[in-house]
Design a protein around this ligand. Structure first.
Ligand SMILES: *[C@@H]1O[C@H](CO)[C@@H](O)[C@H](O)[C@H]1NC(C)=O
Ligand SMILES: *[C@@H]1O[C@H](CO)[C@@H](O)[C@H](O)[C@H]1NC(C)=O
Length: 313
C-alpha cells in the first residue's frame, strides 16, 4: 500500500516532467476581428525547455471552406535569421520573431476579405518534438454595409401587388434588412402588420395596394459595423388615372441610383411629364447627392416625384 503510493507519486512526477519538456505552441485569441483595410497582428507564443540551437517557425493559412488548400505564407529559420515569404504575400505580411523569448508575431497590413482565413503557427525545434507544435486562430475581416439601393418592382396602381427592394452591395457579416413606414398620423416610423405585407431579405411585398399604401418607406440595412438607409416615396394612382403605368416608377428608381446616394424613388408622373421627369429627377438626384438626409421634391416637373438622397445613415 505504502509502496504503491510512492510509485504513483513517482509516475505523476515523471508525467509532469515529460509534459514540461514538450513544446507548447499557443495563440491566446480564438478570433482576431479587423475591419477591411486595417492591419492585424496575430501573436503566437511557444515554450520549450531546451534552449533551441535550431528552430523553424512558419505561418500558413487555410480558407474556411472544407475543400480549401492550406498555403504556406512565411518561414523563419533560426539562428540564420532568414525569413522566406511567399511572393503572393510579400510586402503585406511581416514576421516579428524572438526565438529565445518564444514569440512569433505575424503582421498583415491592408487586409481584404480574401484574408478571412484560419491561420496556423508552427514551431519546429530539433530534439523537442513531443507536445503541441502548432496552434491556430481565425482572422475575421469585417466590412461595413454599403449604402443600400431602394427600388420598386411592379406597377404602382391601386389593386396591384408590388415589391419594394433594398440591397447593399457590400457588407461582412452580410447585411440584414428591415423596411419601415413613416406614419403621418403618429409622426413616427412603424413596422408592418404581417397580414398585409411580407418582408424577406430586403424585399417588402405589398399586396392589393391602394391610396392608403401611399407614403414614405424606409429600408434599413445593417451589420454589426454599420447601419445605412434608403427610402422610397410611394404614390399609388387610382386605376383609371391617365399615365398610371410603371414608367414613372422605373424612372424614379433609376434617378435614385444616378444620385449616387441611391435613396430614392418614384411616384408616378403625369403622362406628359414622364420622360422629362425621369431625366430631371436624375439630374436632381446627382445634385442632391451631397446634402444629407434631405428630401427633394421636384414639384415643378411632376409633383408626385420625390427624391431622397438618403444619406441619413
Ligand atoms: C415580388 O417578389 C416575389 C418574391 O420575390 C415575386 O414572386 C413576385 O413576382 C414579385 N412581384 C413583382 C411585382 O415583381
Ligand atoms: C388619398 O389619400 C389622401 C391622404 O391619405 C387623401 O387626402 C385623398 O383624398 C385620398 N384620395 C382618394 C381618391 O381616396
Amino acid at each position: 500500500m505504502f509502496l504503491n503510493q510512492k510509485l504513483w507519486i513517482f509516475t505523476v512526477f515523471l508525467a509532469v516532467l515529460s509534459g514540461v519538456s514538450a513544446i507548447n505552441v499557443h495563440i491566446s485569441k480564438e478570433n482576431y476581428e479587423v475591419l477591411k483595410g486595417d492591419s492585424a497582428t496575430l501573436t503566437c507564443t511557444f515554450q520549450s525547455t531546451i534552449t533551441p540551437q535550431l528552430a523553424i517557425i512558419s505561418w500558413s493559412a487555410v480558407g474556411t471552406q472544407p475543400d480549401d488548400q492550406e498555403v504556406l505564407i512565411i518561414t523563419h529559420y533560426y539562428p540564420m535569421k532568414r525569413t522566406d515569404v511567399k511572393p503572393a504575400y510579400a510586402g503585406r505580411f511581416l514576421l516579428n520573431v524572438d526565438v529565445l523569448r518564444g514569440k512569433a508575431m505575424l503582421r498583415l497590413s491592408s487586409v481584404t476579405s480574401a484574408d478571412d482565413k484560419i491561420y496556423e503557427c508552427r514551431v519546429l525545434i530539433p530534439g523537442d518534438d513531443e507536445g503541441k507544435s502548432a496552434a491556430t486562430t481565425r482572422l475575421v475581416v469585417n466590412e461595413p454595409v454599403s449604402k443600400p439601393v431602394c427600388g420598386i418592382q411592379g406597377t404602382v396602381r391601386s389593386g396591384e401587388n408590388i415589391n419594394l427592394t433594398c440591397h447593399s452591395e457590400k457588407g461582412s457579416p452580410p447585411p440584414s434588412y428591415r423596411w419601415e413606414r413613416w406614419h403621418e398620423s403618429v409622426g413616427s416610423k412603424r413596422r408592418f402588420m404581417a397580414h398585409t405585407t411580407t418582408q424577406n431579405g430586403g424585399v417588402l411585398s405589398l399586396y392589393d395596394i391602394s391610396n392608403d399604401t401611399s407614403g414614405l418607406y424606409y429600408c434599413m440595412s445593417w451589420n454589426k459595423i454599420r447601419t445605412s438607409t434608403c427610402e422610397v416615396h410611394l404614390s399609388v394612382l387610382l386605376d383609371d388615372s391617365p399615365g398610371s403605368d410603371v414608367f414613372g416608377a422605373v424612372g424614379g428608381a433609376v434617378a435614385g441610383v444616378a444620385g449616387a446616394a441611391a435613396g430614392a424613388v418614384a411616384g408616378v408622373a403625369g403622362a406628359a411629364a414622364r420622360a422629362a421627369a425621369g431625366a430631371a429627377a436624375g439630374a436632381a438626384g446627382a445634385a442632391s447627392g451631397a446634402a444629407a438626409g434631405v428630401l427633394v421634391s421636384i414639384a415643378s416637373v411632376a409633383d408626385k416625384i420625390i427624391l431622397g438622397d438618403g444619406n441619413n445613415n
